[in-house]
Design a protein around this ligand. Structure first.
Ligand code: ZN
Length: 118
């Protein structure tokens, strides 16, 4: 059973929201540096002593909106990236492995549609 909206709101105010934009879950603290979203189960991490969760531990699939003027893609176009880790700062840093090679790519945080565990 889901809690009443006002209870859920108070509960979430005390918790950190999930980093996946389309998820309205909250991060449940498991250890000092690790937590899990109560809705989607996404594994969040923060630095020791840090208050903010800014890292998602994969493997995850990051969905990016590709509809920018520069890429000239149709509205609604979405790009999916298999990632090993995602860091949230001003921009989004995505760690990914392609075969034996490791890549790091940064995208504007505004392009993130959702992040799901895979
Ligand atoms: Zn979530």
């Amino acid at each position: 059973m889901r809690p009443k909206p006002e209870v859920a709101r108070a509960y979430r105010a005390a918790m950190s929201p999930c980093l996946s934009p389309r998820c309205d879950g909250a991060v449940i603290v498991e250890t000092l540096t690790d937590g899990r979203c109560d809705q989607c189960g996404l594994h969040h991490r923060r630095r020791t002593g840090g208050a903010k969760w800014d890292l998602i531990v994969g493997p995850v699939v990051v969905t990016l909106s590709g509809a920018t003027a520069r890429t000239r893609t149709a509205p609604g176009y979405e790009e999916r990236i298999d990632a090993d880790a995602v860091t949230f700062k001003d921009k989004l840093t995505i760690d990914l492995t392609r075969g034996a090679a490791r890549f790091i790519t940064t995208v504007p945080a505004t392009r993130v549609v959702r992040i799901v565990a895979r």
